[in-house]
Structures are given as C-alpha cells and as structure tokens.
Design a protein around this ligand. Sequence first.
Ligand SMILES: Cc1ncc(COP(=O)(O)O)c(C=O)c1O
Length: 451
Amino acid sequence: MNEFSFEEIRSDAPLYSALTQYVQKNCSSFHTPGHKGQCGFLPLSSKLDLTELPETDSLFECTGCIRQSEERAAELFGAKYTALSSGGCTLAIQGMLAAFAGAGSKVIFSRNIHRSAVNTAMLLDLQPVWIMHRKDCGPGLPGRIFPEDVRKALAAHPDAAAVYITSPDYYGCMSDISGISAVCGEFGLPLLVDNAHGTHLIAFGKHPITLGAAASACSAHKTLPVLTGGAWLNCNDESAAERIKSSMALFGSTSPSYLTMVSLDLARAWMASQGQSAFVRLSRTVSELRRLAAEIGFVLPCGECDPVRLTLLTHSLGVTGEEAAAYFRSCGAECEHSDAAAVVFILTPFNTESDIDCLKRAIERFPVNHPEMTCADGEAYYLPEQAMSPGEVLFRRRTSVPLKNAAGRIAAEAACPCPPGVPVVMPGEIIDEKCVNILLKTGIQRINVIE
Ligand SMILES: Cc1ncc(COP(=O)(O)O)c(C=O)c1O
C-alpha cells in the first residue's frame, strides 16, 4: 500500500473532493441521512464490507444472521414479517407492490406518490386509480387522503387489488391510517403505505404497522442512524414472506451492501433500547422550535403531523420557502427541502446541541421586514384523461418537447411542480391546456412525451 500517494489519489477524485470540502464547511445537517455523520456506533470498518460467505448469510435467501436481524426488526415494529433492503425504500416499494398487488393489477393510489412508485407502476404494468388529496394542511401543501375518499374509490372499483398511500408526506403531514386501514379491511384489501419519512414513528405509536396497514416501506436512512440505502419492508402477513423476498430479488442488486445492512441491524438495536425515548425527547425540542417559529410569524402545517418534522410555511413572512432556505443556509443550517411555500428540516436525535442552537438562533433572527405574500396554492387538483397505462408507456419511444407545444400529447413521465408534491400529469395521461398552464407557471420548460 505504501507505494501509493493518498494525496495524489484524492486530488484526482472529484466526488471525494466535493464531499470533503462540503464536510469542512461544518454545516448543521437538517437533511438525510438520519445519522448526521455524528452517530457514535456507526463508524463501520471497510473490513465489514463483506459478501455472502458461509457465516454472513445471503439477503434474498436468508436463513442465518440476516434472517435473525429481520426477525428482531419485526419485533421492534410489531410486524409479522420484515425484510431488509440496501436498495433504499425504492426497493421496499417495488417489493411491496409486486408482492401485495401483483403485475397487471388495478391499484388505488394516492396522487402524491414518489417517483419510485410511479416507476414501479410502469415496470409492473399496474392500472392506477387515483385518489386526490384534500388541501387541509396549509397553503401550498398537498394535503391528506381521507378514509371516505378511499371508500368511494373501492366501491367504484371492486376489482382493485390494493390501496397505496404516502403518509407521512415530505412535510410531515400524516393521513388517518387507522381510518383508511379500517375501510380497506371492510373491502378485504391490503393497505400499503409508503412510510419513507416515518420509520421513527414507532416511538410515538404512530407507525403504519401499529395503525393497521398491511405493509409499509420504511426509508430508515432518512430519520434513523442508518447508512444511505438502508430500509425495511414491514408487513402484517407472515405468509407473504416468500413472495416478498422473491419480489425484492427481482428488482434488487445481487450484491446488497453489508455495511448498509449492518447499520440497519445496529439502528434497530438502538431503537429497541434507547432510540424511542431519544425521539420522544427530540419531539419536545421540535415543539419548542415550532413555538418560536410561530411567534416570529411562520405558519405551521395544521392537523396531525410527525412530531419531529419541522416544516415552516413562509409566505406570512413575505418570502418563498427557497428564499428562507437560502437565509438558513447563510446561518449554517442546511435544510432537507424547500419550495415556493415551505422549508423543511429533518431533525434526529443525532443533531448536536450546537445544531439545535444554530437553528434556534436562525429562527429568532429571521428577517421579518417583508410584506406578507399570498401563497400561490396551485390549481385545484384534477385528473387529466388517461390515454394508456403507465406500463404501455414503458415500451413506447419518447421525445422531449417544449411544454408550451405539448398540449394534446401523451406524457411519458410524471410532471410535478415540486417533486414531493402532487404530480399534475402522470405517464400515459394526456397533457391538456390546463396542465400546460399550471406547469408553465412553475417554471417547467420541457416535458417527455410519447413520440
Ligand atoms: C415519499 C418517498 N417515498 C419513497 C422514497 C424513496 O426512498 P429511497 O430514497 O430510500 O429509495 C422517497 C425518497 O425521497 C420519498 O420521499
């Protein structure tokens, strides 16, 4: 090894250089991953970056230590069966839809689904039926899915195979999972929840599995001390185990990262011992930050929200979420997300006191001298006409066209004013004039359409 000059190697590595330079800025991290680079038990040696060996088990055919780790995770979440993923929540979502809905089936989807679910709908040729959100969280936020809307969709589509919703959303707004599970139960259908942002909700008794969902995909790396790519797929049905493994194997790499899987194993052990009380303590800190922010004049999302997600609506203070994020950045606090309406901070127990002080000071000193703005709350949600299924789109040639010329064309992709929001058009839907106008206002210039 000594014949190599590390300096020479590092100086020729642009990604490494960018990351180390960013770390040297010493920003307070209010974004993913949840370990914040500060987790004492996480520094894992590259010696543990192993492969399938007689002692180390094999993810998609596990019977040994990986299976044991999954069993303990199932115990933590009160699930009947849990599978590890080192392919992020994306792999858990792919596995969940393949195992519980199945290729070619009709699925009732909430409209604010993540790209990973849209792509899975294309890959599995799912036939989507959309449920719209009711804007009940605050200006500019997508809003929640209501049980009575799920009931209506199920009554109108007795041939549906599953219901799939996202909760909490990026902004921390939570739908009524107990109510929606009860409705799904009446119709004998599984409720599948994209719980990417809510793995830690187990600490508050609000995890979808606790509230009756059939399955939930949990992006552990977003809020727990887990390396990027670590996720769990939890389910309430032990008999689904084999289907889940084979579905995940269909999409997953044959070389899952042992380091990521080990970090899931450690984070689960931490959650089982100290983690849940650490999240409850953190929720008090977040309540205090919310109180301060409201005093300054920020608006907070209404209704039931993740107790540790800090989302500030900024129009009342005369700025967009993006402008607020730039201000917070200048104070050393890097947020997870910002858009026209809001700035979103992800806090975890691995934020240090100095991180919290930095955010608190920045909130207290927020410049409040701008006249109030009205928030462009977007057009009322509506459903463009569907011309073909997402799966058909996959096999068609596509081309990029200027959005202003796209009316009448069939979308080859989902287009969304800001990616965590509700897509205006989905793959296979006809881009009409109304859709063009909404998207143009959000600054989107081009769109992929079917040739
Ligand atoms: C709502 C939602 N679902 C799913 C995902 C995909 O998760 P992952 O990046 O772990 O694959 C994300 C990622 O941001 C998300 O926000």
